[in-house]
Design a protein around this ligand. Structure first.
Ligand code: TRP
Length: 461
């Protein structure tokens, strides 16, 4: 297939927004604030920023460089630059993309449902939100409707192609997301007790920084930046040679961190204004926040709550797009199939693969307690195996690929294009050193710890 018909990003900012859109997702707005709430507020933030720059940034640069050099989907890229034996690493990435999207879309469907129910329904008059959420995730037809809806919107955009679909959507949704976020922060700052929330969030309690903080921060940073499965190899393959990979990756990282940081700035004052404990875990977004919105009264509640869930939907959508693009690019590049048809087909298959996760909240008891996986839900199983275990492993293997097969000098050469100053710079030495030693060793160690913890329930830390 000629590079012309594969498509590509039309502008530098288009790529940056699309990749930042991939990074900014449920992870930033749903998970980051509750991880921070549990792990010492700003202390978690400091660790998170350090880990992100020390490790994740070099991995992101590596992924984009591989993709741009090869100009192919993740499987094709590994195969082209490393030979057939590296193909399976690409296939692992595609499998991760499929499985992560299968459960991610279920949660995105909840957000979509909440958005519609708050904006146009009467969700704000519920007496008990924990109960409501429990019933809600077990309502088969509601779930079906919202998950199919969310997947269809994702497929509709991906089917339109890189420039007219992915790039165009990111150019609208990312600025809109930022605007809604800033407006909500502005509003939540005016609430009574807002400052108590801010100081909980921003005054670091360094006594809370232990290996226990490091561990979730590391896994989260990786997931949040969409690393380890070749999403950025795929997006990188649509990037022009005049783009500066180093500054693009830096901007994407900063954007992702800023949205996570800002999400905390929006959520903690909201929580403290109603005197709720800041460490309520995953229930934060779907149970605690709706109760807070309902306390604002019917009109303000609709506006603030509706905006919040719209924000969550935008964030999730730019991420589901990037997850779907990974397998779609494989079929387009490797099998020469027409993008439109393949997109809808792959989306349908992924939707079906997500049914166990969707039905795992109680509808089907067998999916609610997997006997082979410590009685956890199917959703937990897929999320833990394919994102928490496989992504750091994928990142580790990518480093080995660069060092042992492709060659670090080839990676450097790819980065020189669009950035001649990189040659001989301190940054080049730093990136080469981390990709050679720091990342593979730490990610390898981390993968072992995660496997022990998740699969065998052995916690060394
Ligand atoms: N980064 C997204 C989030 O924070 C999720 C995501 C999208 C992702 N694409 C990915 C995670 C690829 C890993 C790999 O919600």
């Amino acid at each position: 297939m000629s590079s012309l018909s594969r498509g590509g990003f039309a502008s530098r900012i288009g790529f940056i927004l699309a990749a930042a859109g991939s990074a900014v997702g449920l992870g930033n707005i749903w998970k980051f604030p509750y991880e921070a709430g549990k792990n010492g507020g700003a202390a978690f933030l400091v660790v998170y920023v350090l880990l992100t720059f020390l490790f994740c940034y070099p991995i992101m640069v590596g992924e984009i460089a591989i993709g741009r050099r090869a100009g192919k989907d993740v499987y094709g890229s590994y195969k082209l630059l490393g030979g057939k034996k590296w193909g399976p690493l690409g296939l692992l990435g595609i499998l991760c993309g499929i499985m992560i999207l299968s459960f991610y879309n279920v949660v995105a469907g909840w957000a979509f449902g909440y958005f519609l129910e708050i904006s146009f329904g009467n969700l704000l008059s519920e007496p008990n939100y924990a109960e409501f959420f429990g019933t809600y995730v077990n309502n088969f037809w509601d779930n079906m409707f919202f998950s199919v809806g969310f997947m269809a919107i994702t497929a509709f955009i991906v089917a339109k192609g890189v420039k007219q679909g992915i790039e165009a959507a990111a150019k609208i949704m990312m600025p809109a997301l930022l605007l809604i976020l800033l407006l909500l922060i502005g509003y939540s700052m005016t609430l009574p007790n807002a400052m108590a929330g801010i100081s909980f969030y921003l005054l670091p309690d360094f006594s809370k920084i232990t290996l226990d903080t490091l561990y979730p921060a590391m896994g989260h940073a990786f997931f949040s930046l969409s690393l380890g499965m070749g999403a950025l190899i795929t997006y990188g393959s649509y990037v022009g040679k005049n783009q500066n990979i180093m500054t693009a990756a830096f901007t994407i990282t900063i954007m992702d961190m800023s949205v996570a940081f800002l999400a905390g700035l929006m959520i903690f004052p909201l929580i403290f204004s109603q005197g709720v404990a800041p460490d309520s875990g995953p229930a934060l977004v779907f149970v605690v926040l709706p109760a807070i919105f309902s306390a604002f009264g019917p009109i303000l509640g609709k506006i603030v709550g509706g905006s919040f869930f719209l924000l969550l939907c935008f964030a999730a959508l730019t991420s589901t797009i990037s997850l779907l693009e990974v397998p779609v690019a494989y079929y387009v590049d490797e099998r020469n199939l027409p993008r439109k048809r393949v997109t809808w087909l792959v989306a349908a298959v992924i939707f079906i693969a997500g049914l166990p996760s969707m039905l795992s909240q109680g509808v089907v008891p067998a999916f609610n307690k997997l006997s082979f996986y410590h009685d956890k839900t199917a959703l937990d199983f897929v999320a833990e195996v394919f994102s928490e275990v496989c992504l750091p492993l994928g990142g580790c293997l990518m480093c080995l690929f660069i060092v042992l097969q492709w060659g670090q000098q080839n990676m450097s050469k790819e980065i020189y294009e669009g950035n001649p100053d990189y040659e001989g710079s301190f940054l080049e030495k730093y990136i080469n050193f981390t990709i050679r030693y720091v990342c593979p060793i730490l990610l390898g160690l981390f993968s072992v710890l995660i496997v022990l913890d998740k699969l065998f329930q052995v916690k060394l830390f």
